[in-house]
Design a protein around this ligand. Structure first.
Ligand SMILES: [Zn+2]
Length: 152
């Protein structure tokens, strides 16, 4: 599996249910063209490098075409958000987990809860970490009709 190093911000927050402190990662504002995607366990991450990864653009265009053909009114902003939220469907599984949306709610490593105290337990830190880079072998093998069915 291809991995890539990236500088991330670490934010530690306390679980409201069991009190365990969990640390979550965010890309710095300077990591242009990259997305940090949370895996299905809500705890591990993968990286999408949009400068190398043309599936993002393809996926965006497909979503845009479908929206244009329908009578639904959509702003560019909402379309981008939709693509952000659902891009994981184009990704191959990583370590036997599906790649979820970047905004997927983060789960407590101990009790699986989704509830967090609103403040950080310590000042945020930055760190350089290696992440698996997402691939799209399965997605690419699908005929475009099948891709569309998955999207909508
Ligand atoms: Zn917990």
């Amino acid at each position: 599996m291809h991995t890539m190093k990236q500088t991330v911000r670490k934010e530690s927050v306390r679980c409201k249910v069991c009190g365990t402190i969990n640390t979550f990662l965010y890309l710095s504002d300077f990591s242009y063209g990259q997305r940090l995607l949370l895996l299905d366990d809500g705890q591990h991450y993968a990286l999408a490098d949009l400068l190398q990864d043309n599936v993002w653009d393809e996926y965006y265009k497909t979503a845009e075409e479908i929206v244009k053909q329908s009578s639904v009114t959509y702003s560019d902003e909402r379309l981008r958000e939709f693509v952000n939220q659902t891009f994981g469907v184009t990704c191959d599984r990583i370590n036997d987990q599906s790649v979820a949306a970047p905004q997927r709610q983060k789960r407590c490593s101990r009790c699986d809860a989704l509830d967090w105290e609103p403040y950080l337990t310590e000042p945020e830190k930055t760190d350089v970490m290696a992440f698996p880079v997402v691939t799209h072998e399965g997605w690419r093998q699908l005929p475009s009709g099948e891709q569309r069915k998955i999207v909508f």
